[in-house]
Write a protein that binds this ligand. Structure first.
Ligand SMILES: CC(C)(COP(=O)(O)OP(=O)(O)OC[C@H]1O[C@@H](n2cnc3c(N)ncnc32)[C@H](O)[C@@H]1OP(=O)(O)O)[C@@H](O)C(=O)NCCC(=O)NCCS
Length: 169
């Protein structure tokens, strides 16, 4: 049984551990801390997945900028991490689904992710170029993706700009 809920202060150490183990380095755990300490943090969109009261997964959505004719705040999905022994059991998917539901409820417009299309396509992420949304990174088009939510409008286009917190990931 997987239980998904918002993070609390008591979860910070376990969240850092899950990120460090999943990515095999400390950069993503540090990213989470930097975002938490910034004005881009959204407390109800940092979610943990528990199995038998142990934190086995974590997902963070935070605000980044989409710079076009105007600058709009949109959601970034990063990082997403599942404890290695618990991968391929649906935990990552459960975290994404729960996060997207909350994002819809908060009337957000889009979610941006840099990741593997094989994984994200199942949640209807599409290459961002389809919506004239440009990546700040030199990555193949299909890896920079957007999930369009119900509140999407056509003015959501331009270049994505990540806050400094992302510099080291
Ligand atoms: C990517 C990750 C979050 C997926 O979580 P998960 O709980 O294993 O995912 P689910 O069980 O819900 O979904 C399974 C899918 O995840 C992907 N996946 C899971 N483990 C993977 C691995 N070791 N390598 C590549 N893809 C993997 C596959 O696409 C798999 O689909 P498939 O079984 O059809 O091939 C998890 O593997 C992880 O923490 N990886 C290390 C950190 C990372 O790369 N994060 C992604 C940042 S975009």
């Amino acid at each position: 049984m997987i239980n998904v809920r918002c993070e609390t202060l008591l979860d910070y150490t376990a969240i850092a551990e899950v990120n460090t183990l999943a990515f095999g380095q400390g950069n993503e755990a540090q990213l989470v801390e930097k975002i938490r300490n910034s004005n881009r943090y959204i407390s109800d969109l940092s979610l943990v997945a528990e199995v038998e009261n142990i934190i086995v997964g974590h997902i963070l959505f935070s605000y980044i900028d989409l710079v076009g004719e105007e600058t709009l705040q949109v959601l970034s999905l990063a990082p997403l991490a599942v404890r290695p022994q618990f991968q391929r059991q649906g935990i990552g998917s459960a975290l994404i689904k729960a996060g997207l539901e909350i994002a819809e409820a908060k009337k957000e417009a889009i979610v941006i992710v840099l990741g593997h299309p094989h994984f994200y396509i199942r949640f209807s992420f599409q290459p961002s170029v389809v919506y004239e949304i440009e990546s700040p990174f030199p990555v193949p088009e299909e890896f920079f993706m957007v999930k369009v939510l119900q509140n999407y409008q056509k003015n959501y286009k331009g270049k994505v700009v990540y806050p400094d917190a992302f510099d080291e990931v």
